[in-house]
Design a protein. Sequence first.
Length: 421
Amino acid sequence: MTQPIAIKLPRLQNDLLELFRIGYDADSKGVFRMGFTEADMQARDWLIKKFEQEGFSARMDSAGNIIGSMPGQHSGPVVAIGSHIDSVPAGGMFDGSLGVLAGLECMRTVRDHDLYCHYPLEVYAFAEEEGRFGGMMGVQAIAGELTPQWLETAHDANHVLLKDEMARAGLSALEALNARVDPKHFHAFLELHIEQGPVLERIKKPVGVVDAISGVYKWLVRLIGKANHAGTAPMDMRSDAFMGLADFAHEIPRIIEEDGTDKSRLTIGWVKLKPGYAHTVPGEAEFTLVGRDTDPQVMQDLADSCRRVLSAIARRHNLMFEFEQMSWLAPQAMSDEVIQAFCRRAEALQLDYEVMPSGAGHDAQYMARITPTGLIFIPSIGGISHAPDEWTHWQDVEIGANLLLHTALDFARPSGKTQSA
Ligand SMILES: [Zn+2]
């Protein structure tokens, strides 16, 4: 059997290292390429030149997305590959950049081997995925999910307005609405990303095929009792808000066991006690509760169960209970057609793979609203990401890029549509 066509790892390595230098900070050893900063825009210019040097066309749309393209034998619809090239503060080398540069490497491989593509290929580097201004702004522009109000008012943690930052980069915020692409333009969308979690490394598999991206809800919960002297208030006469919180935290495993799945997550990540003094019984416990699951009904069941348990605990401890739902983002399933295509190709390439959920959000979740979309993971060493010591073995980078290439070709060369057709 002849060896399957393969990408050239040294070229992809070189691109990743070159891009990592844009916005690199020697002190933290991380990259600072937050959306629409100077470094981010510099990286976008670098990417356009990179495509052009290789003989492909590339452009920036009105939302700041970079789109590299390669014509097929027919004008459309296109097989799109992509991810993002902005970073968190002190980010790593692979998060997002891998999915974009692997797409470029797929195009080069198609060109080198003069492979037949019925449909055109496009590579997307989406703008502002990481959340400086809320996240996934570029892909939402393409999917037509942005509103003028949001574009006018979105700001970062330092109260810098998105529209001012975009203006500084030579873009007009409201023009981002024109970046919307007719869903008919796309045939499929494929994203390769690092896992950013420990599962693939633990089960020793080089590839994860994502079946769904978790939805997430965030509550701000308040348990209100009565602050009192920690010495004079007898234990059985207190309304201790912290004891309510502690009881609830203990109930979390049971809530997941009864109403959740192995994909459910419930996290209390922030807590504030009032008055917050060592010698005072806490009169109020305020905390965040973040719930995740890949199934919308399970997410609802978890939320209902949390509410029931919190009110029962509040009664038991003589507390008042209230909560505010800060956000509710529904889960997003990936396309069965693309999942199966990835799995078939992984088998053909003799790769051991795991079908798994994604606990983190990705550009793919918005592309899934407009075209058949799939997402694959490669292992993150120690599960570390959003940090300078984020790392992935080069061998796994090669495996992921080759799986991306062959699956993209399957969509670019649908059966029955051959060179002679
Ligand atoms: Zn990412």
